[in-house]
Design a protein around this ligand. Structure first.
Ligand code: HEM
Length: 485
């Protein structure tokens, strides 16, 4: 094996990497020791801002293969043929804790998927839950502040967590989901992924459909009880990272089957609840799952920082045939992610290998900025239109137009006949086995009973009562019993 030569950042060989240059054997360090200065200065700059949410995560490469014909619903090229494969990169994550947090905690999990398609990168930035806590993006910063560490105590505080939920009845469905068995996945391989939002697909004839994505794990859903999770965190705080890394290194490639629920666009306005409300699922009896393809993960990143920490997923990265729905939360997210990337990674984050398209060609008039590596070819013009055959628009919209009407203002979403915040939480509760109901009640009561204000407890209890009378009664009894202890 030939010995590689250690160099400075400018490529010069390093003579001594163990002893700093000093004035005499016992003297102070010399400012002329460029290697030492560079080494210390560079080290000081190793950390970049962590993601404001979903800071802790794990990534893997793989591919998506189409197994069923969906050309009747979308003209997306990467979905256009059975057997077609597209390279992918996925990042799984927890939400609330910071980069050094533990994996086996009760928290939703991120399921952010990048398809490197021939028509540009398509990012589907979902979670392992089909619904979410809120339905208007204006509440997101407050929601996240209430779930992350308190500015005074520096800890996650049950008072803050439950106070936010006391003021957000629409969270009852997701809270029921989170406190149930699926709230702590056994590993990233053993959970489903969901697009969660409603998206719009448009076929070659220009017909529009609203869709919801479901990635069903082929490993089977497995979860941890609160006690099992606490034990695992003590043994290996990075348990989900360990599991994913080792499975792929062993060649046990995890996979998911993608299904979609498809609603013809014309049915949205009269559906019995708002189909763009992120706190609700569409019953499968109304819109059954239709299989699309399979996601397989088969390669670990070579470098966690370069590929996982620097990965940037944006819900606004669509491809022709796929677009947003009027879901307000999704609309907020269309802005938030690329903005976060410009802050966290810089304006040229799309030049980084993990974020750059693989087969699609990037050709535009975006120029310069910090660390620009893609700035147009020699003699390319940097304005448009031009007379020099520079890149020009296609005039082909990605998705069908959506009709809107009404006055501007801070409105609530249009009313449908069954829009209330509780009925799906009740349905979820009634679907659970007796054992699962017992664990759900214990988990909720364990958290809610730690809240110091009675009015916050009462408001939360009212939400569980509204979802299902038995559910409310059992939570109330369990909370009262714990508070009397
Ligand atoms: C990460 C904002 C709701 C899934 C992030 C980040 C921001 C953000 C700023 C960090 C991005 C980065 O630094 O790369 C928001 C806002 C939301 C919202 C404003 C509501 C209006 C949601 C919802 C989901 C979701 C509903 C899932 C359905 C994710 C995932 C990540 C993430 C998976 C991590 C992406 C990665 O692995 O890099 N969010 N989020 N978020 N969010 Fe959201």
């Amino acid at each position: 094996m030939t010995q590689r030569v250690l160099t400075t950042e400018s490529g010069a060989p390093v003579a001594d990497n163990q002893n700093s240059a000093t004035a005499g054997a016992g003297g102070p360090i010399l400012l002329q020791d460029g290697h030492l200065l560079e080494k210390l200065a560079r080290f000081n700059r190793e950390r970049i801002p962590e993601r404001v949410v979903h800071a802790r995560g794990s990534g893997a490469y793989g591919y998506f293969e189409v197994t069923d014909d969906v050309t009747g619903f979308t003209r997306a090229d990467f979905l256009s043929e059975v057997g077609r494969r597209t390279e992918t990169f996925i990042r799984f994550s927890t939400v609330a804790d910071s980069l050094g947090g533990a994996d086996a905690v009760r928290d939703p999990r991120g399921f952010a998927l990048k398809f490197y398609t021939d028509e540009g990168n398509y990012d589907l930035v979902g979670n392992n839950t089909p619904v979410f806590f809120i339905k208007d993006p204006i509440k997101f910063p407050d929601f996240i502040h209430s779930q992350k560490r308190d500015p005074f105590t520096g800890r996650q505080e049950p008072d803050n967590v439950w106070d936010f939920w006391a003021h957000a009845p629409e969270a009852t469905h997701q809270v029921t989901w989170l406190m149930g068995d699926r709230g702590i996945p056994a590993s990233y391989r053993h959970m489903n992924g969901y697009g969660s939002h409603t998206y719009q697909w448009t076929n070659a004839a220009g017909e529009a459909f609203f869709v919801k994505y479901h990635f069903k794990t082929n490993q089977g859903v497995r979860s941890l009880s609160a006690d099992q999770a606490a034990e695992l965190v003590g043994k290996d705080a990075s348990s989900h990272q360990t599991d994913l890394l080792q499975a792929i290194e062993r060649g046990v490639n995890p996979s998911w089957t993608l299904y979609v629920q498809v609603m013809p666009a014309a049915e949205a306005a009269d559906y019995r609840f708002n189909p763009f409300d992120l706190t609700k699922v569409w019953p499968h009896s109304d819109y059954p799952l239709q299989r699309v393809g399979r996601l397989v993960l088969d390669r670990n990143p070579d470098n966690v920082f370069a590929e996982v920490e620097q990965a940037a997923f944006s819900p606004n990265n669509f491809v022709p045939g796929i677009g947003p729905s009027p879901d307000k939360m999704l609309q907020g997210r269309l802005f938030a992610y690329a903005d976060a990337h410009r802050y966290r990674l810089g304006v040229n984050h799309t030049h980084l290998p993990v974020n750059a398209p693989r087969t699609a060609v990037v050709d535009n008039y975006g120029r310069d900025g910090l660390h620009a590596t893609r700035n147009g070819a020699r003699h390319d013009k940097n304005y448009e239109p031009n007379s020099y055959a520079g890149p020009a628009q296609t005039d082909a919209a990605f998705s069908a137009p959506i009709a809107v009407h009404g006055w501007t203002g801070t409105h609530e979403a249009p009313a449908h006949t069954k829009d209330d915040d509780f009925f799906q939480a009740g349905e979820l509760y009634r679907l659970m086995s007796d054992d699962e109901k017992g664990r759900l009640i214990a988990n909720i009561a364990g958290g809610l009973s730690q809240v110091t204000r009675d009015d916050v407890i009462e408001k939360n209890l009212a939400h569980f009562h509204a979802a299902d009378a038995e559910y409310g009664k059992r939570v109330e009894e369990a909370v009262r019993a714990l508070r009397e202890d």
